[in-house]
Design a protein around this ligand. Sequence first.
Ligand SMILES: Nc1nc2c(c(=O)[nH]1)N=C([C@H](O)[C@H](O)COP(=O)(O)OP(=O)(O)OP(=O)(O)O)CN2
Ligand SMILES: [Zn+2]
Length: 118
Amino acid sequence: MKITQAFTFEAAHFLPKVAPSHRCRNLHGHSYRVELRLEGPVDSGTGFVIDFFDIEKAFAPLHAQLDHHCLNEIAGLENPTAENIAVWIYEKIRPALPQLAAVTVFETRDCYAEYEGR
Ligand SMILES: Nc1nc2c(c(=O)[nH]1)N=C([C@H](O)[C@H](O)COP(=O)(O)OP(=O)(O)OP(=O)(O)O)CN2
Ligand SMILES: [Zn+2]
């Protein structure tokens, strides 16, 4: 079974490695959406793969670090592309959520990066 929980956060960033003429080199902001997908058997007692409340608790410290911050100032996010944010979230949260299968980070409604641990 696959289950997904979505979260949103607001943050500023700039992309230090793009060409000077690239508009994303300048500080700007996004309303990010993060989707955490978990996979595993459904517990016959609870009917859950995992309680959504437990996913929320696991994500809360990361949300506090990301929301209304400049992502470039966070250790490990010095180059905060959607790809790098997805990997960063995956690596930080997977110890608490062993059933984690994928982290998807939407930078805009149409553009996103999905990381499945490889
Ligand atoms: N592969 C990637 N490409 C780009 C990334 C990324 O993370 N991975 N990031 C950016 C910039 O962050 C850029 O701000 C993305 O937003 P943009 O496409 O400019 O969309 P906006 O909503 O900011 O602007 P519109 O006016 O709606 O186009 C670029 N590339
Ligand atoms: Zn951007």
